[in-house]
Design a protein around this ligand. Sequence first.
Ligand code: CS2
Length: 494
Amino acid sequence: MTRLRLSEATLAQLRPGTIRPDYARRACCVGWVHFGPGAFHRAHQAYYADRLLARDPHWAVSAVALHSDAVRSALLPQDYLYCLAELGPGAPLRVIGALHEILLAPTEPAAVFARLESPATRLITLTVTEKGYCLAGGALDPAHPDIEHDLASPEQPRSVIGFLTEGLRRRHAAGHPACAVVSCDNLADNGAMLRAAVLAFAARRSAPLAHWIEQAVAFPRTMVDSITPATDAPLRERVALATGLTDAWPVQRETFTQWVIEDVPAMRIADWASVGVQLTRDVTVYEQAKLRLLNAAHSTLAYVGLLRGHTIVAEAMTDAPLAHLVEQLMRKDIAPCLSAGGRIDIDAYIEATLARFRNPSVHHRLEQIAWDGSQKLPVRLLPTLTEALAAGRPLERLAVPVAAWIRFIVERARSGRELTDPLAGQLLARARECPGDPTRDVARFLELHAVFPQPLAAAAAFRSAVVAAYRALSAAGALAGDDEHGVSRCDPVE
Ligand code: CS2
């Protein structure tokens, strides 16, 4: 059966049961520019924009794709409408109408700058992933090829840092007020990090420009959370059956969603609370709990789970020794290093996170989480390891995901399977040089300064914990509790 394609013209033919935009899309205007219209943005921030639009028509989103035209090609024939499926029994399916356009940065820089410069734009957000910020050691990498390029050709930038700086420069030159720039990526202190990267770039262009950005532009920090599995065939099927229409690129996420933004004057531009977004003075406690508990546990499940032959998070959580490791890691190793300041009940947070991982409706591939480990470990795991080392706390269990990541890369190099990571070439080359001796294999990887900071990398206690975990894991991801007698190979002595 040939189905019609989702679009403005076919919206009226949606089968009952799908939630549709409850506002006049044509009356909406762009007030929000977003870099990176991937699945996470479309399932998370665009959902909140959609809810805001029901109250205020000034929040339509102009999305900017920095590299690929795939999302625009899929959504342009649909007037940028797409379906968002929440996952779980009886969870809703809704058509999101918040996207007004998708601009292609490489071919339409003038249109991108026009949006950035426009006084109607009151908010700029980013989901460009950890690698999109062109950092090295937590600061802008002036030797990054895109940054070198953008400093040489600031009006035809490639990087998001180049686009933002030039867009802000034009805004200032036109006499328009500054607007907030908000990183929605999983980076520690994402606001300060983005601000420092833009200022470092701007300072190389012009001191007065850097000064104006420093004085006028707010970079509030955020915590974003909602598990968003990549679009797959069952989702397309669900959407087609429920709506009666074809959607070239629907997105899906768990029902749980959270967005916490630092409460600065520049963010008091919308009724955020009315759509469930929380503004607070102190985002750090939320951010640390999210990155160090949820994301660290995710990466542990990914690397150990893949070695153990699992493919999906919920399935890995049915593997008792692995689920036990993850829970102990969160409760006994990570939680004691967190300063929740009474704002979050950490035990309840861990309980809820484990329940989210066990949700069988969420088909979240471990492979998706395993991507870009060189960018993720320094944010999710290494700060806890650094603090645990300084406090003389046990490192044995915390070292397991690090060892599993190294094993995972060594296995990829051996099997010739693809490794998705901006440092893939370097990582695979190192893995091929590994002789198969735990001490020497681990040493090859701990030399990677872009991943392992000093003094952690040089600390004997850390090195020996990673070597022990690497030895215990073996290529098949062996864990404590695998043998019936529960003899502990990874558990620290308690
Ligand atoms: C995951 C995250 O892919 C990953 O690395 O850990 O995308 C995670 O699902 C989200 O941060 C949840 O909000």
